[in-house]
Design a protein around this ligand. Structure first.
Ligand code: NI
Length: 393
């Protein structure tokens, strides 16, 4: 077995330099023009067949091994967040209001390192490795856009893997587990129409604030009273807007929120109960309501395939001591790699990247940072997983 960890460690100065350059020049979802350009140039210089513009700013590279065999897909996301950076890093963001606050700068650098590791060892493994450099992971549907643009064709991957650096986990700890890892996410909006009027004459009005408040309360009964306690779900109303004056009864109330689930049946139950609650409460008051589920923003849950998790674990065991390979409680955040996993069996792993002295901010925080020592390890893990999958088929 090729010693990818030693090879990756030799590459560490390059990986860190790439990461810092991306960190300094963060780009929002579907605007990763500079980042994608650097990635494409790097792949082409390695002699890797490269396609650009896949899902707008995505890049796909295919590395051919020594002999025919399966195709494995590895995914690296490239987008930054609309977060103003508040670190004192010498390579802090030069784009005001935009920051790599989730570590995707690291992921892009890891992907470039994996490309180099696999290209330089291509005589030693069979099949193909498809590298997916994804735009717009942060809620904008980059994975879906790439799938729509033919990501999973010519060649069709037999398996897919992704890794996220996690700064809340100790450096070098790898989370590999089968089954649920990250929840599905829905975005809904509700608008209630009552009848506005004078604050002193409620009898002539239908108070949208009152109806809206009842709706918010009743929605909270769905997870607590309708979802079986053994199942996991979240329903949060994050925004409520109504009225504009102290002495006017509001005509409208608008709210927005999110639903997190793992099981499509639980999701269906919640959606059905939301409709009922809304219809019932508004009818009781003579108000009207529109329930707008943003179906096109739906992100499915990340569910790891058991045999793919086993492959990732076996590959990782060659470079990490057993106590560093762990499992966690599933996270209620979402990740659109599930768009790929719904079509190709796969496994998503988390690699601990806690900075020395502890994280100063969690993911998506203005003080977020990662431990760069995790970068070569991540590259070695991803390269090993790909080669291990292709060899055992
Ligand atoms: Ni992320």
């Amino acid at each position: 077995m090729t010693d990818y960890l030693s090879l990756a460690r030799q590459l560490a100065p390059d990986i860190i330099a790439w990461r810092r350059d991306f960190h300094q020049h963060p780009e929002l979802g579907f605007e990763e023009f500079r980042t994608a350009g650097i990635v494409a140039e790097h792949l082409q210089a390695l002699g890797v067949e490269t396609r650009t513009g896949v899902g707008q700013t995505g890049v796909v590279g295919v590395i051919e091994g020594a002999s025919p065999g399966p195709t494995v897909l590895l995914r690296f996301d490239m987008d930054a967040l609309p977060v103003p950076e508040e670190t004192d890093l010498p390579f802090a963001s030069q784009h005001p209001g935009v920051m790599h606050a989730c570590g995707h700068d690291g992921h892009t650098a890891i992907g470039m390192a994996v490309a180099r590791l696999l290209a330089q060892t291509r005589e030693q493994w069979p099949g193909r490795v498809k590298l997916m450099f994804q735009p717009a992971e942060e809620g904008l549907g980059g994975a879906k856009a790439m799938v729509r643009d033919g990501l999973l064709k010519h060649p069709r991957p037999d398996a897919a893997f992704a890794l996220h650096l996690w700064n809340q986990l100790p450096l070098g700890q790898l989370v590999v587990q089968e089954g649920p890892l990250m929840s599905a996410a829905d975005h809904f909006e509700i608008s209630i129409k009552g009848k506005g009027g004078h604050g002193a004459a409620p009898e002539d009005t239908i108070d949208a604030v009152l109806v809206g408040a009842e709706v918010v309360n009743a929605l909270q009964s769905i997870v607590s009273r309708n979802v079986p306690p053994q199942d996991t779900a979240v329903l949060s109303v994050g925004s409520f807007r109504a009225g504009g004056a102290f002495n006017v009864i509001a005509e409208r109330a608008n709210m927005a929120g999110t639903i997190r689930t793992f099981d499509p049946e639980v999701r269906a139950l919640i959606l059905q109960r939301m409709q009922k609650v809304l219809t019932g409460i508004t009818a009781a008051h003579g108000a009207q309501a529109i329930f707008d589920l943003k179906e096109n923003e739906y992100t499915p849950a990340v569910i790891n395939d058991a045999s793919m998790a086993e492959i990732a674990r076996t590959a990782a065991q060659k470079m990490l001591p057993p106590e560093q390979i762990t499992e966690i409680r599933p996270l209620m955040v979402s990740e659109d790699m599930s768009e790929v996993f719904n079509r190709v069996p796969g496994c998503y792993v988390l690699l601990g990247a806690e900075p020395e002295g502890g994280a100063r901010g969690p993911h998506h925080n203005p003080r977020f940072d990662i431990n760069e020592d995790a970068l070569p390890l991540a590259a070695a893990i991803m390269a090993s997983i790909a080669v291990h999958f292709n060899r055992r088929q």
